[in-house]
Write a protein that binds this ligand. Structure first.
Ligand code: ZN
Length: 270
């Protein structure tokens, strides 16, 4: 289901003066869904407590003209781990989906996928983190309890069944879900897949309904990897590792244009 549970988002924002900080603060404070804002110009850091998706908060910050990079995401009281999946696939489809375990029971799933046909698209955690044959090698929906396919609110469902996300006329699906079956520690190393069509949540007449929701071909996928929680990302806005956070942001999140070389890797010196 959609979540209105607040989370903390940590952004790096390129601010060079106190008044820039005030501008960023003004763009956020009092906006619907924003609970608190803390700006540290010296550290170029903005901490936002909100029930908005991370891309919505980023858009508010960037409405000032400053650029923002999400560095971490955390729960208000605790979080038990975080993960991220960078999706890529057919055509220009790209997405970033974050998983944050807020408690033993509850996982918050915050994501944005661009380049989709407008309308609903099935979203599922698949069993395998294997992209050797693109999304075809991701295996079936993650189903450790050997259940039938269902919707996220059903008790009879695959753990990986997250239902549908809906792309708007601009092709963007931006969502923030909470789920009581997905656990960050169970899905790290598996994959997340967005499908071409609508998941019928196991309620259709098609033979595939109880297996996959008959949501069509797999459009885009990515491996779910452990990610930084709040204040755990040591990456600074500098050229110390050869790539600044800002350059990183302007690259495609996957595919061509991604640098494979890392000058810090020992193999580069062989
Ligand atoms: Zn399923």
């Amino acid at each position: 289901m959609d979540s209105d549970r607040p989370t903390k988002l940590e952004f790096a924002v390129q601010m060079t003066c106190e008044s820039c900080g005030e501008k960023v603060r003004a763009a956020l404070e009092g906006k619907p869904g924003v609970r608190s804002v803390s700006v540290d110009v010296g550290k170029e850091e903005v901490l936002v407590e909100s029930a908005l998706t991370s891309s919505e908060v980023q858009a508010l910050i960037e409405s000032t003209g400053y650029r923002a990079v999400l560095k971490g995401i955390g729960g208000l009281e605790q979080d038990l781990g975080a993960a991220v999946a960078m999706l890529s696939g057919a055509g220009s489809i790209q997405g970033v989906v974050r998983f944050l375990q807020l408690s033993e029971e509850l996982c918050l799933i915050d994501g944005t996928v661009d380049g989709l046909e407008p309308g609903p698209h099935g979203l599922h955690v698949h069993a395998l983190g294997d992209l050797t044959q693109d999304c075809l090698s991701c295996g079936e929906h993650f189903n450790p309890f050997n259940k039938q396919h269902g919707g996220p609110a059903d008790s009879e469902r695959h753990v990986g069944d997250l239902g549908n996300v809906v792309a708007g006329p601009d092709g963007r699906a931006s969502f923030r879900l909470e789920d009581a079956q997905v656990k960050v520690w169970d899905v790290i190393g598996r994959s997340l897949v967005v499908d071409a069509g609508e998941d019928d949540l196991g309620r259709g007449s098609h033979p595939l309904s109880k297996q996959t929701g008959n949501s069509g071909e797999r459009l885009a996928c990515g491996i779910i990897a452990r990610s930084a929680g709040l204040f755990q990302n040591p990456k600074k806005i500098c050229a110390c590792d050869g790539v600044t956070l800002w350059e990183e942001r302007d690259r495609p999140i996957a595919g061509e244009g991604r640098s494979k070389a890392n000058p810090d890797m020992p193999s580069a010196h062989l």
